[in-house]
Design a protein around this ligand. Structure first.
Ligand code: CP
Length: 305
């Protein structure tokens, strides 16, 4: 796929080959193959929802390669507060930058932004829908430990209904035919149409509510936070809050080679005692946001061949 001047909105717009290309370029960037390639570029980061990793890693990634960064974290001090529409905001900011990175609570907002923008738009998370650049860094991190995604056995644990990182990553892994275990409370199961997509793409998918029911060794356990902010009913949240807790004993029961991943932030689903274990790779995963987002910016802006 040619990424030049293309928006990055959904994993569904990509195929196995383009995902491999992103991993390869990210690896080259991480090895230091390209220097200062974002010089004279302006990156706009428009975050209508809270973020630590995605916004700061995009901004750090851009600055380390020579770019200028503009934008906001929270729209309270922008003209959105005066009633400006998303469309007008995007049309305006398009004239100030070379690429827009947007996070917004409404599903489909990034797609809409890409339709009205005159520069490429990168989806940094739209509601419970998609988070493609998180998937790129998740796949890149997995590629550092596993040579082949086809034979990978991945368990997704936690909030599979609202977790956009899971929706994107599970879809991406299904393009490679990975084996997928979906482990969640009944009310937080992955939407059925998404599960159907995984199977159609070629993955074996099992849905269960208890980690102990996994009857084969997993290579990766991808733990997620229960997304409190997306529940309409607080009582419903309270019914599932704290459903899972990964402790040192749980990790040891899963085998010595298992990798524990998490998009972060975590609340209480992984005990901090796990952080010291070699199996825990979630902070390494978060740090890979730098080379991966540099690669994406370079590819979209056509400054990396
Ligand atoms: N993984 C992730 O999207 O983290 P932030 O919400 O902190 O950006």
């Amino acid at each position: 796929m040619d990424f030049k001047e293309k928006s990055i909105i959904s994993i569904r717009d990509l195929n196995q080959e383009s995902l491999r290309e992103i991993i390869k370029v990210s690896s080259d960037v991480k090895k230091g193959k390209y220097k200062n390639f974002l010089r004279k570029k302006v990156i706009a980061t428009l975050f209508f929802e809270p973020s630590t990793r995605t916004r700061l890693s995009f901004e750090s990634a851009a600055k380390q390669m020579g770019a200028e960064v503009i934008g906001f974290a929270g729209a309270d001090y922008t003209s959105v507060k005066k009633g400006e529409t998303l469309g007008d905001t995007i049309r305006t900011v398009s004239g100030y930058c070379n690429v827009i990175v947007i996070r917004h609570p409404v599903e489909g907002s990034s797609r809409y932004a890409s339709e009205v923008a005159t520069v490429p738009v990168i989806n940094a998370g739209d509601g419970a829908n998609q988070h493609p650049t998180q998937t790129f860094l998740d796949l890149f991190t997995m590629s550092e430990y596993f040579s082949d995604f086809k034979n990978l056995r991945v368990g997704f644990l936690g909030d599979l209904k609202f977790g956009r990182t899971v929706h994107s990553l599970a879809y991406a892994l299904s393009l490679f035919g990975s084996t997928i275990w979906l482990i969640s409370p009944e009310i937080l199961r992955m939407p059925e149409f998404l599960v159907d997509e995984l199977r159609i793409n070629g993955s074996s998918v099992r849905e269960i509510d208890n980690l102990e029911l996994v009857d084969e060794p997993l290579d990766v356990l991808y733990v997620t936070r229960i997304q409190k902010e997306r529940f309409g009913d607080f009582q419903e949240y309270m019914r599932v809050a704290g459903s899972y807790r990964i402790t040192r004993d749980v990790v040891e029961s899963l085998g010595k080679d298992i990798k524990i991943m998490h998009p972060l932030p975590r609340v209480d689903e992984i005990d901090p005692e796990v952080d010291e274990m070699e199996n825990a790779i979630y902070f390494h995963q978060a740090h890979n946001g730098i080379p991966v987002r540099q690669a994406i910016l370079g590819m979209v802006l056509d400054v990396i061949p």
